[in-house]
Design a protein around this ligand. Structure first.
Ligand code: ATP
Ligand code: MG
Length: 413
């Protein structure tokens, strides 16, 4: 995928900016608090309909405004296009005309997102208003790596679950509808549990909600089982490259229900019965707490590293890993995310690297080479100074990059 251009109006500290990105590598530099992360946040929002650093859309609106608007032009470059083809794009000229030559208007996907203080978020695809978020997510695929990505390793089970769900949504937009339906049934079941506890409803009313949870819960568990298997293979390979095979990374899915691996009907029936029984068994405790204690909303996946000797002990990275090991693990997961989106959709995602240059001294070259040579991704990288980037480039890395200098929400060079 290729982000051709982006317009930001009243988004964070950008009042009005329109910028074209004909280049593969975009190095965004500027002093602290000038708007580097804000620009990446806008790209991330266009892809995922949310910010990577706040749940409050209000914060995204410029202080002096009560709405924001974003517009992006996306070119679906074929993943098979060679890197040489990509870097031939004009480098110094940012004129609209030049971009149009590279990406004929008809081939461009225009996506727009807007939000008013009092209203809902609105999304348009090539001018058409999209009523459902699931129609939006997955159109423009982006992978973000920032210091906060460490939360994948150090954070709570919910953080890893969200990462996995978001990855699946980028690949399979239908999954988002399933997930939303499951979450809605879960909320309503929990509400009902509280009412039953307070003798305001009858316990029989739980049955239909249990059935809805079972139906979507089984599908969610199945998709997660399959995706985690693929992610495991990919992250494990990247981890081996990053550590020169001195360590082995393993991902272990710990589903609340039993894993569902095939579409085989008898296995599905076993899984359905298993979930039903678990819900039955936990009903009395659920009634006490007013909360559903089993189901995919309680899933987790754990990360382990061990020495290459297969008999050596596996240790959970969250508990025993050093800072460096935790960082390498989160990077391996992110590279796995890029690879999976590529292999499952045929599109290489746009990659955003926020503030990671200083963090990744020892493995930076592998990271850059992996992103370029293996995937040929369009990159957006932030740094406070250009030297920070140049000083640590691998010696044989001679790709052209475009420098974008930001000062107080404006592009100054
Ligand atoms: N809603 C908003 N309206 C206007 N300005 C905002 C808004 N939210 C944040 N800002 C401003 O944006 C700036 C921070 O931008 P950003 O996080 O992109 O900085 P940065 O260039 O990435 O800095 P650093 O190098 O420290 O990471 C701050 O000056 C902050 O006051
Ligand atoms: Mg920043």
């Amino acid at each position: 995928m290729w982000l051709n251009h982006l317009t930001l109006r009243n988004f964070r500290n950008y009042t009005d900016l329109e910028i074209y990105f004909p280049d593969a590598i975009n190095l965004i530099v500027g002093n602290n608090a000038q708007g580097k992360t804000n620009l990446l946040e806008a790209i991330y929002f266009v892809s995922t309909a949310k910010s990577h650093r706040t749940h409050s859309n209000r914060e995204l609106i410029h202080y002096d405004s009560d709405w924001f608007y974003l517009k992006a032009g996306i070119g679906a470059l074929s993943a098979n296009l060679s890197l040489e083809d990509k870097v031939q794009f004009p480098v110094a000229n940012w004129q609209q005309q030049v971009v149009r030559e590279c990406f004929p208007v008809g081939n461009e996907l225009i996506i727009e997102a807007s939000h008013e203080v009092e209203g809902q978020k609105q999304f348009r695809l090539n001018g058409d208003l999209l009523p459902k978020l699931s129609e939006w997510v997955g159109q423009f695929r982006v992978v973000l790596f920032s210091p906060e990505s460490l939360i994948l390793v150090k954070g709570a089970p919910g953080d890893r679950r969200r990462f996995l769900d978001q990855l699946i949504c980028q690949i399979n937009p239908l999954y988002l509808s399933q997930l939303q339906r499951y979450q809605s049934s879960l909320r309503q079941r929990n509400e009902l549990l509280k009412q039953i506890r307070n003798h305001r409803q009858s316990v029989d009313l739980l049955e239909p909600w249990d059935e809805l949870l079972v139906e979507d819960g089984i599908l969610i568990t199945k998709v997660r089982t399959q995706m985690l298997d693929l992610l495991h293979q990919s992250a494990k390979n990247h981890h081996a490259q990053l550590t020169q095979s001195t360590e082995v990374l393993n991902l272990r899915y710990c589903p609340s229900l039993q894993e569902v691996e095939t579409t085989d009907n008898s296995e599905k029936e076993v899984a359905v019965n298993h979930f039903r029984q678990r819900l039955q068994k936990s009903r009395s405790t659920d009634l006490i707490y007013g909360n559903t204690s089993v189901g995919p909303h309680r899933d987790e996946f754990k990360l382990f590293i061990q020495e290459p000797d297969s008999n050596s002990i596996q240790r959970e990275v969250k508990l025993y890993g050093s800072q460096g090991q935790q960082r390498t693990t989160s990077l391996a997961l992110k590279l796995g995310e890029v690879e999976l989106i590529h292999s499952q959709t045929g599109n290489v995602p746009v990659v955003l690297l926020d503030d990671v240059l200083s963090e990744l001294d020892d493995i930076r070259s592998q990271l850059l080479f992996a992103l370029f040579q293996d995937f040929g991704a369009q990159l957006f990288i932030t740094a406070t100074r250009e030297e920070e980037w140049v000083a640590h480039l691998p010696t044989n890395f001679n790709q052209h990059y475009r420098l974008i200098t930001i000062d107080n929400g404006q592009i100054v060079a």
